[in-house]
Design a binder for this molecule. Sequence first.
Ligand SMILES: *Cc1c(COP(=O)(O)O)cnc(C)c1O
Length: 463
Amino acid sequence: MAVSHPRSRSAASTSRPDRQPGAHRRLPSDVLEGQGVGSEEAYDLITSELLLDGSARLNLATFVTTSMPERAAKLMADTADKNIIDKDEYPQTAEIERRCVNILSRLWHAPEGDVATGCSTTGSSEAVMLAAMALKWRWRKARQAAGKPADRPNLVTGANVQVCWEKFCRYWEVEPRLVPLEGDRLHLTGEEAVKYCDENTIGVAAVLGSTFDGSYEPVSEIAASLDDLQARTGFDIPLHVDAASGGFVAPFLSPDLQWDFRVPRVASINSSGHKYGLVYPGVGWVIWREPAALPQELIFDVNYLGGHMPTFSLNFSRPGSEVVAQYYMFASLGFEGFRQVQGQSQAVAAYLADSIAQIGPYQLVSSGRELPVFAFGLKPEVDRYSVFDVSERLRERGWQVPAYTYPANREDLAVLRIVVRSGMSFDMADSLLEDLREKTKELDSLPERLPEHLRANKRAFSH
Ligand SMILES: *Cc1c(COP(=O)(O)O)cnc(C)c1O
C-alpha cells in the first residue's frame, strides 16, 4: 500500500558503496543524505530512473491526459509558482478560474441569468467530496427544520461507481447504498435506484460514463423515477451527475442527450479537467445548478492572505497552473476544436471495438460510442485462457490493457477495457490490433487449458 513504504534493503547496510570518497553518487532512498548529488546529476539520475515507468502513450488503462500541446506544457511550467488559493496575490488566475466555471456552467446548461456557482478542485475525487457534502448538509438542514432525526444519512449509486463515492461515504459517515448489477444491466437505472431511496437519502449519483465500460447511465430516466417517487412519497431527492469523463465528451458528441442541468432534478455536476478536459493531472471541476444548491455554511471566508476570500475546498494551497492550462485548452480549441478532438477519439474507439468484435473469441460489452471507451470479454466457449492472460500478453508488447471483473452481482463477468484518449491515432490502433490478433492466435493454438501456474492472476477492478 502506498501509505506505508517498506524500507529498501540498502538502508540497513552501513557500507553503501556510494559512501566511499570519490565513488559514484546514488540517489537517496530512505535517508536524506548529508551531501546532495548536485542539481545536474540529480536531474540525470532521476530522469534515468523514471524511464522505468511505462510509456504513457501505450497506456490504454488510464483516463488521464498523457499528451498536451507543447505550448500548454510551457504555460504550465511558466505558472507553476502560482498558488491558486492566494486570490489576492494572483487575482488574474482567480479571474481565469471564474471564467472556466462560467464556461462549464453554460456548457452544462445551468439556468441562464443565475450566478455560476462552482470551483476548481484536485480532480473529480475532491469535486465529489464537495458536491456530496453539499447534499448531506442540505438534507440535514431539511430534516432538522422538519423536526426529524438526521443521524442516518444514505446515498444511492450503482455498484459500478468509482471508488471516490465509497470514500466519501466512509469519510463522512454516510451509508453507501450500492445498487447491484444484474444480467445485462451493468449500471444504475431509474427503476432500481428508487427502490433503494427513503427519507434518509441525501442524493442519488448517476455516472456519465461508467469507469467499467464507458456507458452512460440514463440520467433523465433516473430523474423521472425520482420525480415519480416524490409524487408518491414526498421525498425530494436531488440528483448529482458524476461526469468525470462524460462532462467533457457528451456536450460535444451527444448535444441532444439530456444529462445535465437541463434536467431540473440535477443539482450538481463534477468533471475531471485532467481526463477528457485534456489537461495534465490534477484538475477537476464542480458546478452547482444555482447558488441555493450550495449551503453557505460550507464556505469559509479567509482574510489572512489579504482581502476577504470565500473558499470551499478540502485542500488549501495547490498550483494555479492546472487551471491556467484548462483555460488554455478552452481558449485554443473552442467548442469546434473540442468536438473534433473528442470525435477523433470516438472514431478510433468505435473502429477498435468493431475490429475486435471480428476477432473470433471476443465479444463486446460496450462499443465506444458513448465515452471513447469500451470493454470486451471472451465468448463463453473460450475456456483455455482468460482475459487476464490476454492482458498479460499484450503487456509483453508494451500495451497496458487492464482486465478485471465487474462488481456485485456480476462478479462472473471478466473484461478487458480500452480507453482511447487524444493522441491515439488510427495507425496506433492498427498496431494494437495486429498485436492483439497475434497474441490471440498464440493463445488459441494452445492444445489445452493453460495449466494453473501459467495462468495470469484474476483481478477485481482497481481504479
Ligand atoms: C476518474 C473518475 C473519478 C475520480 O476522478 P479523479 O479526477 O481521478 O479524482 C470519479 N468518478 C468517475 C466516474 C471517474 O471516471
